[in-house]
Ligand binder design. Structure first.
Ligand code: IPE
Ligand code: IPE
Ligand code: MG
Length: 246
């Protein structure tokens, strides 16, 4: 792909830590939830752009396990945005042959939202050309722990049935994570100025390239996204090896 005359490598899987909504609202003397609302609009625009330029997997960090302890007022605002997105906007995704995946533990969410999320996954096209993954009540540690607990249950069943416990490989362990079947994330973008992962895709980010920007998420437009791709294109992904020819 070409951006402003420069050749860019389009990452197969992009993850975005959509941070800075609250500060964006505060700067405008608006309530925090107005920042989240502006963030949802930005997210929709970026997803369309990512699909248009050939990204195949697009994961957004919408709500972390730690965010669940924010005020009731803020969580109610976030829930109503999630509710409305999954009521009004998913059909548009399906029309574009995009599929929905939810990463996270749905059980503590209000029951109607959990139901909508299950339904959004179930109604997704069978062979989507773009995978839109929403991390909601997601934490990398919680994800790894639930995989370990599933592995322990499987080992228990094997023991009861007289089979030796199975040895996990990277691939079979990945099969127990929320992201089963999804290729590792290639590029993680974090807006809002902080330079940390905050519990996002801990297992999957082993060799991800990280891109940090001070731009607050509601201001992170497609031009800013393209800048991140240009930066990514210049990275030398060695995966522990040495550069070819050296
Ligand atoms: C990120 O924006 C979105 C969520 C965590 C839901 P913040 O709400 O963390 O915004 P800041 O960091 O306070 O500006
Ligand atoms: C990370 O942002 C979580 C999401 C964007 C959903 P936070 O604002 O929660 O992260 P910290 O608290 O600054 O690490
Ligand atoms: Mg934040």
């Amino acid at each position: 792909m070409d951006i402003k005359g420069e050749q860019v490598t389009v990452p197969r899987h992009v993850g975005i830590i959509m941070d800075g909504n609250g500060r964006w609202a505060k700067k405008r003397l608006l309530p925090r939830n107005a920042g989240h609302r502006a963030g949802v609009q930005r997210m929709e625009e970026l997803a369309r752009h990512a699909q248009d330029i050939g990204v195949e997997y697009f994961t957004v960090y919408a709500l972390s396990t730690e965010n669940m302890s924010r005020s009731k007022e803020e969580l109610d605002g976030l829930y109503s945005l999630i509710r409305s997105y999954f009521t009004k906007s998913v059909d548009e995704l399906y029309k574009r042959n995009a599929g929905v995946r939810i990463l996270g533990d749905m059980s503590p969410l209000p029951a109607d939202i959990a139901e909508k999320l299950y339904e959004a996954e179930a109604r997704s096209p069978k062979d989507p050309s773009f995978h839109f993954l929403f991390a909601i009540n997601y934490g990398g540690r919680a994800e790894i722990l639930q995989a370990v607990n599933s592995a322990a249950l499987l080992a228990h069943r094997d023991a009861l049935e007289g089979r030796p416990p199975q040895k996990y490989t990277d691939e079979s362990f990945h099969g127990l994570l929320y992201t089963h079947g999804v290729p590792d994330v290639d590029l993680i973008i974090r807006t809002g100025g902080e330079e940390r992962l905050s519990n996002f895709l801990l297992y999957q980010a082993a060799y991800a390239e990280l891109y940090f920007t001070d731009v607050l998420f509601p201001d992170f437009d497609c031009g800013e996204f393209d800048k991140a791709l240009l930066d990514f294109s210049g990275r030398d992904r060695r995966y522990g090896k040495i550069r070819s020819g050296e």
